[in-house]
Ligand binder design. Structure first.
Ligand SMILES: O=C(O)CCC(=O)C(=O)O
Ligand SMILES: [Fe+2]
Length: 467
């Protein structure tokens, strides 16, 4: 491990890390909604291009009726290493493309999207709206399943996945979210009938698309689902404004404020770095993160929101790792092949990074002796250090070359001590205990003034034989 990757030794950084990691922002949501009797029909074309329909509100659908739908469907493939494959040891199910069916069920009228927006965009920009793009109809008969995978990003607008389970009599086919269902074991078969109203209803679950999920084998009957890709919409209309006050937000805010008030952490300034918890769709050939318009997910979004409020200018970056162990922060994602060329002799990466406005990451104790160097305290570890394999997902729900999930980092500027505590005192006197405010005043008495903090740029040092 390179020296700048060591665990934070400073107890205040360690406490900040703990608070950041302990926070649980919502990343999934689920529930049921009533299926209006006038909206229960599914029309589809059978093998002879004849139209047929099933009524999911009748409560009287028989397995034979659904078998006809199966006959009109295709066996479901999935994406493995950029190839679309049919492998029934991995996915055994049937699917129908949207050109083959029309469903009366209209998710935009159900209120589901409001719930999803509230949960999955909890701490993100309130100007983002979500649109549901119907993707497939899936049918699972007895013994059908879909092993663990993530949903392939076919666009950088992909944020989350919504699965709607239509009411049919079946057992099994639980949807597990997270590794082995660590986040949720969704037994939708038990939810698609409302015992009080004695009526069928639909069950839904939404989750960030990079979260691993699987469908357990169906034991009996047929499980029919509609899947939707939830994208950011272009429309930035009036939206509910989210209040950012919550217990998690306050805890993390206080922890950051304590770090800001600590003179032992980057007294001359630098940046705090965080490995993001979720993955984001990026174009592996050409992405400029300065134009990263997507919203962050769950905890990542909370972190960015707290940094913003505290004036720590957060930005999303990619962390490159050079062959000699050098780490660079950049806004630009470069074509994988290009990067492996760069790895050939290892030398041009530094030049390339400098040309692209990147920064050389230096360690905790170092100071920025040139504007190319950035001292970073990694509060939470970046999960991948080498970008040639930017999280290629071996198992996706579709083959795709255009986009992939990237492991990104969040970097928050951490101004020199005097400057950052000034901001804190002016804007957030209430989040710091009185004792800490007094300590700040004590430290400031002996602290070098802004002028003395400035360092000469030793630009020569960066031209140490690399050019
Ligand atoms: O049908 C489901 O429950 C989920 C299907 C799925 O994960 C997918 O199509 O990617
Ligand atoms: Fe999936």
């Amino acid at each position: 491990m390179a020296p700048n990757m060591v665990e934070p030794k400073d107890p205040i950084v360690a406490a900040l890390k703990k608070d950041v990691l302990d926070t649980v922002a919502p990343n999934i949501c689920h529930g049921t909604v009533r299926l209006d009797p006038s909206e229960g029909a599914l029309f589809y074309k059978d093998g002879n291009s004849e139209s047929r329909y099933l009524d999911f509100t009748s409560g009287a659908l028989k397995d034979e009726d659904i078998q006809r739908l199966v006959e009109a469907s295709e066996r479901a493939t999935f994406g493995r290493n950029n190839e679309d494959v049919l492998d029934e040891s991995y996915r055994k199910a049937w699917k129908m493309d949207i050109s083959q069916f029309a469903s009366q069920f209209d998710v935009s009228k159900t209120g589901i999207l409001d719930i999803v927006h509230d949960q999955l965009l909890h701490y993100s920009k309130s100007t983002k709206n979500l649109e549901a793009h119907l993707y497939k109809l899936n049918v699972y008969g007895p013994g059908s399943f879909f092993k663990p995978h993530v949903d392939t990003p076919r666009s950088d607008k992909l944020f989350a996945t919504l699965v709607v389970v239509l009411p049919t009599v079946h057992a099994g086919g639980n949807l597990l979210l997270g590794e082995n269902g660590a986040l949720l074991n969704f037994d939708s078969a038990k939810q698609v009938y409302d015992p009080e109203a004695k009526a069928p209803r639909v069950a839904f679950v939404a989750f960030y698309s990079d979260i691993e999920h699987q469908v357990l084998p169906v034991e009996s009957g047929y499980r029919v689902t509609l899947t939707y890709n939830l994208h950011f919409s272009e429309f930035d209309g009036p939206l509910m404004l989210k209040s950012l006050s919550s217990a998690s937000f306050t805890t993390v805010l206080k922890s950051f404020a304590t770090a800001i008030a600590s003179p032992s952490i980057l007294p001359k300034g630098g940046a705090l770095g965080f490995g993001l918890l979720y993955r984001y769709p990026i174009d592996p050939k050409n992405t400029n993160l300065r134009e990263f318009t997507g919203a962050l997910k769950g905890n990542d979004a909370l972190l960015r929101a707290v940094c913003k409020v505290l004036g720590l200018e957060p930005s999303v970056k990619i962390l490159y790792s050079g062959p000699s162990g050098d780490k660079f922060l950049s806004d630009e994602v470069t074509d994988g092949e290009d990067i492996s060329d760069l790895y050939g002799d290892g030398v041009p990466l530094k030049k390339k990074m400098r040309d692209a406005g990147g920064k050389l990451v230096v360690g905790y104790g170092d100071s920025a002796s040139s504007s190319f160097k950035l001292p970073v305290v990694w509060v939470t570890q970046p999960s991948k250090m080498v970008t040639t394999d930017i999280a290629y997902m071996a198992y996706g729900n579709e083959a795709s070359l255009a986009f992939m999930y990237g492991d990104l980092v969040l970097v928050a500027t951490f101004p020199p001590y005097r400057q950052r505590v000034q901001h804190l005192k002016e804007n957030f006197p209430q989040v710091l205990p009185k004792k800490i405010l007094e300590d700040i005043e004590e430290v400031l008495k002996d602290f070098p003034g802004e002028d003395e903090e400035e360092e000469e740029e030793d630009s020569d040092e960066d031209y140490d034989g690399y050019y």
